[in-house]
Design a binder for this molecule. Structure first.
Ligand SMILES: [Zn+2]
Length: 194
């Protein structure tokens, strides 16, 4: 796969995220994916610019149903940050990004139960990342490795920090107990990086 992926400015990324055709064009070459027809389940639950995503920046992804905008931000993050960080900190290639889903027709979870509001997962505007695998066989899990004093923990902290460049809202185990085992990366939001 070629890496003709130049850093999109925030403005361009925002525009590509809101327009399906520009998003598909930007994602082409940056990811392996199959385009699907848009899906509407209910008013609250739908996927616009629907795809099955299989890899970003040569890092394998277990086939994931999501929307193009989510995949594009993930691809930018993987290409511009995760791959270089893997080299610098882990001294090996990033091989796989382990996710625990994107689309999920559900309401928001809070520490006190369920909120009235719909989750951004109901429109596939978020993806949950549980860990990473590397070419040398190393496997990192947020639940196990986040709090350690290891290169792997440094990789995870740097991954979280750099995710905030590409996703308007990024939540990590540092946010609350609901996120102890994953990063919640969201297309929409107001610069929350925790
Ligand atoms: Zn989430």
């Amino acid at each position: 796969m070629s890496h003709g992926l130049s850093p999109l400015t925030t403005w361009k990324l925002r525009q590509a995220s809101s327009d399906t055709e520009s998003c598909m064009a930007a994602l082409d070459g940056a990811a392996a994916f199959e385009r699907l027809t848009d899906m509407t389940h209910t008013d609250a639950c739908h996927i616009t610019g629907r795809i099955t995503l299989m890899s970003v920046a040569d890092a394998h992804i277990a086939p994931l149903e999501t929307r193009c905008a989510t995949a594009l931000r993930l691809a930018m993050w993987a290409h511009h940050d995760l791959r270089p960080l893997a080299q610098d900190i882990m001294h090996t290639d990033l091989a796989q990004i382990d996710h625990i889903g994107s689309y999920n027709c559900r309401q928001m979870r809070t520490l006190s139960g369920t909120n009235e509001r719909w989750s951004t997962h109901a429109t596939a505007d978020a993806i949950d990342i549980a860990g990473f695998r590397f070419a040398d066989g190393t496997k990192l899990r947020l639940i196990n490795d986040w709090t350690k004093d290891t290169p792997g923990a440094s990789f995870l902290k740097s991954a979280r920090n750099s995710a905030c460049t590409w996703f308007p809202l990024t939540l990590s185990p540092a946010y609350n107990a609901l996120h102890a085992d994953h990063f919640h990366l969201q297309n929409t939001g107001w610069g929350l990086c925790r």
